[in-house]
Design a protein around this ligand. Structure first.
Ligand code: DC
Length: 208
């Protein structure tokens, strides 16, 4: 079984993906971390974000078992990840890595922006997770503040809108729901309600 979850930043897709993987006994890959890991390596070495050959070489050395969410969650790494994510050759490299992960038994949950459309077009179940920009900005602000960081709601909202526009507006694999994706708007849901709704969707598809 492969569960594909796509959606914009702070839509709740990461938490949902982790919980669904635990619930159904599947492996989990947050594909955003693969873009973030490449971006972090380039930033650490002071290399330009637009050099595709260097980005591809960095991606070839990625070890999926060593993606450190805490380190990679930094705001500037997310910004840089969104910038390098427009490079078609880099995407080809990372998509190949992600497909190999998805194909290993017993199956997997992958979350990102192009899982249902590009990485796993034949996934058993596709979810597209959304929430209004204001709700997502409130969640992200609270999350950053709970980690002791400084976060101003207006700036977080501006950043999210800019990142949404870049992720949805790029030529290669833009953020968009697959035609056969189930939409899950979590604007009015807490995580428990969203999780139950997602489990119901998955169970419904498997029962068909
Ligand atoms: O989900 P995230 O915030 O960790 O993702 C960081 C960036 O990586 C995001 O702005 C766009 C890019 N990304 C992508 O292009 N395709 C994916 N499948 C996952 C992330």
């Amino acid at each position: 079984m492969i569960i594909a979850i796509d959606g914009p930043a702070a839509s709740g897709k990461g938490t949902l993906a982790r919980r669904l993987a635990a619930h159904f006994g599947l492996r989990h890959l947050d594909t955003g971390l693969t873009y973030r890991a490449v971006a972090a390596a380039l930033l650490a070495r002071g290399l330009p974000l637009g050099d595709e050959a260097v980005a591809i070489a960095t991606a070839r050395n990625l070890d999926l078992t060593r993606l450190d969410r805490d380190v990679l969650s930094a705001h500037e790494i997310g910004e840089a990840a969104s910038r390098i994510a427009v490079l078609p050759g880099l995407r080809r490299e990372l998509v190949a890595l992600q497909k190999r992960f998805a194909e290993q038994p017993p199956g997997a949950v992958l979350d990102g922006r192009d899982i249902g459309t590009v990485v796993c077009p034949d996934a058993t179940v596709k979810l597209f997770c959304t929430a209004s920009p204001e709700v997502r900005a409130r969640r992200r602000t609270a999350e950053l503040q709970s980690k002791g960081g400084e976060a101003a709601y207006d700036k977080v909202l501006d950043d999210l809108r800019r990142r949404d526009a870049r992720d949805a507006g790029r030529d290669v694999a833009p953020l968009k729901p697959a035609d056969d994706a189930h939409l899950l708007d979590t604007s009015e849901m807490d995580i428990e309600t969203a999780f139950k709704a997602a489990v119901d969707i998955v169970d419904g598809v498997r029962a068909d």
